[in-house]
Design a binder for this molecule. Structure first.
Ligand code: UGA
Length: 434
């Protein structure tokens, strides 16, 4: 099939490469010309496992092309996937302006039947508005169908999730569109759920909200474990033995970050307001997460009272391992708060995107983890990187001013901590030393 993907961000690029792998002819539109050049030369603009190889394979087979020419790409394609950003605004509303700009741009190029598919996460009801907008722009209703096909990719595992995900959700009211979409996805051999557009749109938000709920739930239980001497890992394991609950997504820590859960939970609350639905559970999930990521600051203040001029080491800046993405990472919030308390921040994460240096230009970015903990009053583990898991704890302790670790990802065990001479150890819902 002839496919056009608009937006070569994380979702669009993965989708373009995956469709090209199954012998479709894919044109991927990106407004940034530098990105287009890089991608046409086989250089991925994001890091994802397996992406570089597959990108180059598809380019060599001439199944994939990147361009800035949106109208030509649309004219030459049967299915148009829109994968542009739909960020959440300060007031938690979803900004769909990029999506509707695309709709306005492509309207004049729809001369024969096309399926317009939203891959971007969009508020429930957006399909209807897209349809209206196309008709307002003079496109005949017989020339298009609109489909919702949300993505369920995890950063770092995106290609794998696209090619071997648990489900494909297709929301459409048109039998014609449904049958074409079915043909497109049959080679993926993944269960397809066909439904109406609003249901498909809501499955996306409800999935992310539910996963975020699991995380806030386990963090709340973990905080209670700390007070009662229970062990969160064993509690989570015990819970997960019940198939109805499932063991997945039960790792206690500093809360969820990234570009999706924080944005989608807030957006769902805001969308709910329009329908007089209060989403009490999701509001609480957001509150618990806001507090959880600042827990290290609370512990530090309880311990030291005053952080003025104390060196604090931040281990890990990204929101999870395997990505350079710092968006909504707990480390960012912790650093902000520590700076306001007068602490001197040293941090270490070679993978983290350079954007962090624009946000915090004056803190110390170290080139190795042992420099980062030198003279420190406390090391806070914010990301569970292998390098921190395998650290030489004795060497780390020797470098530090005070042997204190706040382990925000529960990567150490209390016996190793004690054997290596640390005086204070705080984890999330596990045995502490203080
Ligand atoms: C998430 C979803 O997992 C995807 O299914 C979804 O498609 C995507 O959002 C999206 O909407 O685009 P992602 O944000 O890449 O994917 O990251 P996850 O691996 O799900 O982790 C999110 C956050 O939750 C991380 O900060 C992670 O540290 C935290 N987390 C995850 C926990 O604290 N505990 C857990 O047990 C699992």
């Amino acid at each position: 099939m002839e496919i056009c993907v608009i937006g070569a961000g994380y979702v669009g690029l993965i989708a373009a490469v995956a469709f090209a792998k199954f012998s479709n002819k894919v044109i991927c539109v990106e407004k940034n010309g530098d990105k287009v050049n890089k991608l046409n030369n086989g250089v991925p603009t994001i890091y994802e496992e397996g992406l570089e190889e597959l990108l180059n394979e598809c380019l060599e087979d001439e199944k994939l092309l990147f361009t800035t020419d949106i109208n030509k790409a649309v004219r030459e394609s049967d299915i148009i996937f829109i994968a542009v950003g739909t960020p959440t605004c300060e007031d938690w509303n979803v900004d769909t302006s990029q999506l509707f700009n695309v709709i306005n741009q492509i309207s004049s190029s729809i001369h024969n039947y096309k399926i317009i598919v939203t891959k971007s996460t969009v508020p429930v009801g957006t399909q209807k508005n897209i349809k209206k907008q196309l008709i307002n722009n003079g496109v005949s209703p017989s020339k298009f169908d609109v489909v919702s096909n949300p993505e369920f990719l995890r950063e770092g595992k995106a290609l794998n999730d696209f090619l071997q995900g648990d489900k494909i959700v297709i929301g459409s009211d048109s039998l014609r569109a449904k049958s074409i979409m079915e043909k497109l996805y049959t080679p993926f051999n993944i269960k397809i759920l066909f439904t109406n557009p609003s249901t498909a749109e809501l499955i996306k938000y409800a999935s992310n909200a539910f996963l975020a709920t699991k995380i806030s739930f386990i963090n709340e239980i973990a905080n209670f474990c700390t007070k009662t001497g229970a062990d969160i890992d064993i509690v989570a394991y015990g819970l997960g033995l019940d198939k109805r609950i499932s063991k997945e997504f039960f790792k206690a820590g500093l809360g969820y970050g990234g570009s999706c859960f924080p944005k989608d939970t807030k957006a769902l609350v805001k969308i709910g307001e329009k329908y007089d639905s209060n989403f009490d559970i999701i509001r609480s999930v957001i509150n618990v997460n806001d507090k959880q990521r600042l827990m290290p600051v609370k512990i530090l203040l309880e311990h030291y009272n005053d952080l003025e001029n104390k060196v604090i080491s931040i281990l890990g800046l990204t929101f999870k391992p395997g990505t350079d993405d710092i968006r909504e990472a707990p480390a960012l919030y912790i650093i902000k708060e520590l700076i306001s308390q007068g602490a001197i921040i040293k941090c270490y994460d070679l993978m983290a995107s350079n954007e962090i240096k624009d946000i915090y230009p004056t803190i110390d970015y170290c080139n190795n983890v042992y420099d980062c903990v030198e003279d420190s009053y406390c090391a806070i583990v914010c990301t569970e990187l292998d390098e921190f898991i395998n650290i030489d704890l004795k060497k780390m302790r020797d470098k530090m001013q005070v042997g204190m670790i706040i382990d925000g990802r529960n990567i150490y065990n209390i016996n190793d901590i004690e054997e290596n001479g640390f005086d204070f150890y705080y984890s999330i819902g596990k045995q502490n030393k203080n």
